[in-house]
Design a protein around this ligand. Structure first.
Ligand code: SF4
Ligand code: MSK
Length: 652
């Protein structure tokens, strides 16, 4: 394998890494070679929670003989330190998703009050469903009255001090019972994040089991509250995704158009940009530059949001953000929050690109700042587009856009899958359950998460997913992992025949769906929780999420949000496998607790496997174990008759 092939399996990415080298522009791929991760930090053994440290308590080497009790200055053990570091990742991830949700809830309320003309209540049916789940009275009230109360009730979920976040009622009854017995039902989102930060402060919670269980409560506040609120309210004001055709990879950039890349996570500005590029005044200004128009494309989860709802092309996933600029064709890259690398400002300087930050929470030194405010949404969007139009004339000679791009069918929300499987009049997950029971579909996997520059870009996720579908496991994807699948051609109905096992392919062909279903952005992992719940409720596969033949994975994770997501899946009863690196290897006890003992607590557990084929095997083994427990393992043992045997039967 050449050095370049070790960096990415994606041809467009490799071409742009080469171009960056020619242009003398440093990228993350160069830095990953030059700087190795700190081994003590990587295993979760460094504590800097007070000024007597940082204390380093690395895992003992075998050659050192029997391990002595390792501890920091205050006596915090290696276990406490590893668990505290893990818990703080959960708190940060939950905070990120949930602060995103707060912004959406505020914009939703302003929309309901009629203060944001650009947005409206698009999905009234979903509004009513969400209203019921938030205990909002419907009666003969107007849509506006209901929406205003939904907005207010959604905001209450953040600051509640006692009781339970309301969406936990959506979980299977048995799951709710497990959480209540363990005392880990989240009260309010902010409270759980604050409490976890408090517990992990110097000299507070110093029992690793207690820390990891509190981290579960915080993570549940992400999955079953913060992220779920984001998804639901976004669907109501921007529309619930339905299957739509899109394109993905750097080849979606256009040499003769003004390219605007929208990158980050919050869909508010991207939604307005989708409308603003069609504005006659903007179009005229764009044409006046000699360009053929404006080409709006997405990057990371902002891309997923406008791809799912409008089919807007996607330039790439996390590790391609700098490389989009390296094409020399990006006139503006506009970012909001999360996963935006600070190096974008440096890369932009190598070319003509204007980097524009828009969130008051996320500024980057060297970038232009145009603050987004939903009350002046169109004005902000037009200002950004005018910056791009103005910058087109500054393009330099070194424009080179790879021609790689792939078609993809996306937009599989939880409700859309329900409708596709059961039809409009008897929408239900039951047909999926029937196909799992009869063995055509072996199980369900959720594969989510990021890219990580420490492993070959896109390779672990793609190898894992191909292996899963080959073994008749239907795969639900979100985030940057979904984009990996899009680029590799797995998100088309034709991929079923090409890559899936016979059973899964036959079901996909009958329904007309790909074997890998793109469910959206990182916050939309909440859709996977609801899909799993719907499968439980459809019957025949046990009475809890932990009974399902299902597993989750994030082999290329890098973000703290991924740890929060993984921990809420584990706390919801799912076996969840991470790859690349595992953040608690500094403590054998903590790792064992998460990988083994947690199954006795939440009925879900963590796993780690850096080899994607072995990860697939462990997920399939888990699925088969669950099939056996449900008594449906025999249905897969289908007898294949040869011609002689068939003639024998016919003659009988
Ligand atoms: Fe060291 Fe304890 Fe301070 Fe951590 S909290 S840095 S282990 S003294
Ligand atoms: S963008 S969190 S790199 S999936 Fe959601 Fe991708 Fe991970 Fe960011």
């Amino acid at each position: 394998m050449s050095d370049l092939e070790k960096k990415s399996i994606d041809p467009a990415t490799i071409k742009m890494i080469q171009k960056a080298a020619v242009d003398g522009c440093e990228t993350i791929f160069d830095r990953a070679e030059a700087m190795k991760p700190c081994p003590i930090g990587a295993e979760g053994s460094c504590c800097k929670n007070c000024a007597m440290g940082p204390c380093r308590v690395p895992a003992p080497k075998k050659k050192d003989g029997p391990a002595k009790k390792r501890m920091g200055l205050c006596g915090a053990t290696a276990e406490t330190i590893a668990a505290r570091n893990f818990a703080r990742m959960v708190a940060a991830g939950t905070a990120a998703h949930s602060d995103h949700a707060r912004g959406i809830a505020e914009a939703f309320l302003a929309t309901a009050k009629g203060e944001v003309p650009e947005f409206k209540i698009k999905d009234e049916q979903k509004l009513l469903q969400v209203a019921m789940d938030l205990d909002v009275e419907i009666g003969d009230r107007s849509v506006q009255e209901i929406a205003i109360e939904v907005g207010k009730k959604a905001l209450e979920e953040f600051g509640r001090q006692q009781g339970e976040v309301r969406f936990v009622k959506r979980a299977p009854a048995k799951r709710q019972e497990i959480w209540r017995k363990l005392g880990i039902v989240p009260r309010g989102i902010d409270r759980e994040v604050v409490e976890l930060m408090h517990r992990t402060h110097m000299g507070v919670d110093q029992d690793y089991k207690s820390l990891l269980l509190s981290a579960a409560r915080c993570a549940l506040a992400d999955g079953w509250a913060g992220s779920m609120i984001s998804t639901d309210l976004q669907d109501i004001i921007f529309g619930n995704p339905v299957p739509v055709l899109g394109e993905i990879n750097l080849g979606v950039l256009k040499k003769d158009e003004i390219n605007v890349v929208v990158h980050g996570h919050e869909p508010l500005l991207p939604e307005v940009l989708v409308g603003a590029v069609k504005d006659p005044e903007i179009k005229k200004a764009a044409l006046a530059t000699g360009a053929k128009g404006i080409n709006l494309v997405g990057m990371c989860c902002s891309a997923n949001e406008i791809l799912m709802r409008h089919g807007i092309p996607v330039a790439g996933n996390f590790l391609q953000q700098e490389l989009a600029i390296v094409t020399g064709a990006v006139d503006v890259m506009v970012v909001d929050v999360q996963c935006e690398m600070q190096s974008l400002a440096q890369v932009a300087k190598c070319y003509h690109t204007k980097l524009i930050t828009t969130s008051p929470k996320a500024k980057i030194e060297g970038a232009m700042h145009i603050e987004f405010d939903e009350h002046h949404a169109t004005a902000v969007a037009k200002k950004i587009l005018m910056e791009a139009i103005d910058n087109y004339k500054n393009r330099r000679a070194n424009v080179e856009i790879p021609d790689d791009k792939t078609d993809q069918v996306v937009g599989f929300s939880y409700e859309t899958i329900n409708y596709l499987l059961g039809g409009m009049f008897r929408a239900s997950y039951r047909p999926l359950n029937d196909n799992i029971i009869n063995g055509r579909i072996r199980g369900i996997a959720g594969v989510v998460g990021c890219n990580n520059a420490r492993v070959t870009h896109d390779d672990p996720n793609l190898t894992l997913i191909k292996e899963l579908i080959k073994n008749d496991v239907i795969v639900l994807v979100t985030g940057c992992a979904a984009m990996t699948c899009g680029k590799a051609g797995l998100l088309t109905p034709e991929a079923a025949r090409k890559y899936a096992g016979e059973g899964l392919a036959s079901v996909c062909e009958a329904v007309g769906i790909p074997p890998v279903l793109h469910m959206g952005s990182c916050v939309d992992n909440s859709r996977i929780l609801l899909a799993a719940t719907a499968v439980v409720k459809a019957g025949g596969l046990g009475d809890d999420i932990s009974d399902l033949p299902a597993a989750g994975a994030a082999l290329e994770w890098m973000s703290e949000k991924a740890v929060a997501i993984g921990h809420y899946f584990v706390a919801s009863g799912v076996y969840t496998v991470f790859g690349t690196t595992w953040p608690t290897t500094g403590s054998e006890e903590v790792t064992k607790h998460l990988f083994e003992e947690f199954e006795n607590i939440t009925k879900g557990k963590w796993g780690f496997e850096s080899d994607p084929l072995k990860a697939a095997k462990s997920m399939i083994d888990h699925i088969d174990k669950k099939r056996k427990a449900l008594g449906i393992d025999k249905t897969r043992e289908r007898v294949l008759f040869d011609m002689a045997k068939r003639r024998e039967i016919d003659a009988a």
